[in-house]
Design a protein around this ligand. Structure first.
Ligand SMILES: [Zn+2]
Length: 369
């Protein structure tokens, strides 16, 4: 067995990252004061089980209160979900799960260089690839996401979405990005495409406050018996639109949410769009690779202002998170941060939420570590 500490790796994984992974799996997590509650994807297909899978942030453990009636960690959950989804493939082991989690979250794995024990690692080359960070074309092909039939997009409504237009998005941008509306569920619909324009997922955003509080603001759409989910960490929202400008300007801006890309296009024009959204609280190594493959030599991280005051716990957490990104990727690509240290935007705002002028100011003052 390789000598590395599973708990040490687990230590680096935040509850938000775990939530992102569960969301990828179609687990539909709802935040609670102890962590979150999700559908029982441990023994059911996404969308089929009840919400009886509990995650406790203090112990970093899941507890399934129905079918499994057991306690397990994130790696075990990954194995369960994989084996359930792909019964025809060999069962996943701990190494497969760690590989997946590391790819998805961008955490780095280090283990003692002990060549004698390497022979026992079933897929050692994968670990070596993490260190090198470059993914071969073969890997890219293997990770190509399943495409859905885009005909579903023709069946949604495309009314004027006043809430979002009031926030600064142009009608043209909403139209081009096929932002729609699903009346039966009262959700704004956001199609996700991969860099080649294949339709890989459909996310819904609840307008009603009650539904948003109950189900979380964003969730994959479930229409006509089909769950339109995709692993968010293995795609970049809007890269299909921005890849050419990214390769020309050699810069890319990574926002957390889709709406920030729509605002960027609305303010600066689609011809100047160099934005993508990682759709979570962490950028994955796969996503960083995608940007480098498009020719980005500077990656600008423009995450939400997830702190109330300078030096509060959230502030420290965010700074630690950003420093970790820099440490992991800084040797391969220039990394800078749009960071609202003077708090000109609101709590939990994206740097682009307070208009073009504010964004430009924050962008010009971006931090290079
Ligand atoms: Zn279960």
């Amino acid at each position: 067995m390789p000598r590395f500490d599973k708990d040490e790796i687990k230590e680096q994984i935040t509850p938000e990252m775990v939530e992102d992974i569960v969301r990828d799996f179609g687990g539909d997590p709802h935040k609670t004061n102890f962590g979150f509650i999700a559908g029982t994807i441990c023994h059911n297909h996404p969308g089929e089980g009840s919400h009886k899978l509990y995650y406790y942030a203090n112990t970093k453990l899941f507890r399934c209160y129905t079918g499994c009636d057991a306690t397990f960690d994130i790696f075990e959950l990954c194995c369960k979900v994989h084996d359930l989804a792909k019964p025809e493939l060999p069962k996943w082991n701990l190494f497969n799960a760690i590989k997946y989690v590391a790819d998805r979250t961008g955490i780095s794995i280090s283990f003692e260089d002990d060549t004698d024990s390497f022979g026992e690692i079933p897929n050692q080359e994968i670990f070596e690839k993490y260190e090198k960070l470059k993914v071969s074309t073969e890997d890219v092909k293997r990770l190509q996401l399943k495409a859905y039939d885009p005909i579903i997009l023709d069946r949604l409504c495309y009314p004027r979405i006043a809430d979002w237009i009031d926030e600064g998005m142009s009608e043209e941008v909403l139209r081009v990005n096929r932002i729609g509306f699903c009346p039966s569920t009262d959700q704004i619909t956001i199609p996700h495409f991969d860099k080649d324009g294949r339709f890989v997922g459909l996310r819904g955003r609840y307008l009603g406050k009650e539904e948003a509080a109950l189900y979380g603001k964003y969730r994959p759409m479930y229409l006509n018996g089909q769950m339109y989910n995709h692993p968010l960490g293995f795609n970049l929202y809007n890269l299909n639109n921005s890849k050419q400008q990214i390769s020309k300007m050699r810069k890319a801006i990574v926002f957390e949410g889709e709406k920030s890309c729509l605002l960027y296009q609305s303010y600066f024009g689609m011809k100047n769009d160099i934005s993508v959204a990682c759709c979570g609280s962490a950028v994955s190594s796969y996503q960083m690779n995608l940007l480098q493959e498009c020719g980005a030599t500077e990656i600008i991280i423009a995450f939400d202002r997830q702190f109330q005051q300078r030096n509060d716990d959230e502030f420290k957490h965010l700074v630690k998170n950003l420093k970790a990104i820099h440490k992991k990727y800084g040797n391969y690509v220039n990394i800078s941060f749009v960071f609202d240290k003077d708090m000109v935007t609101g709590y939990k705002d994206s740097p682009i939420d307070c208009g073009a002028e504010t964004f430009v100011r924050l962008f010009k003052n971006r931090v290079v570590l």
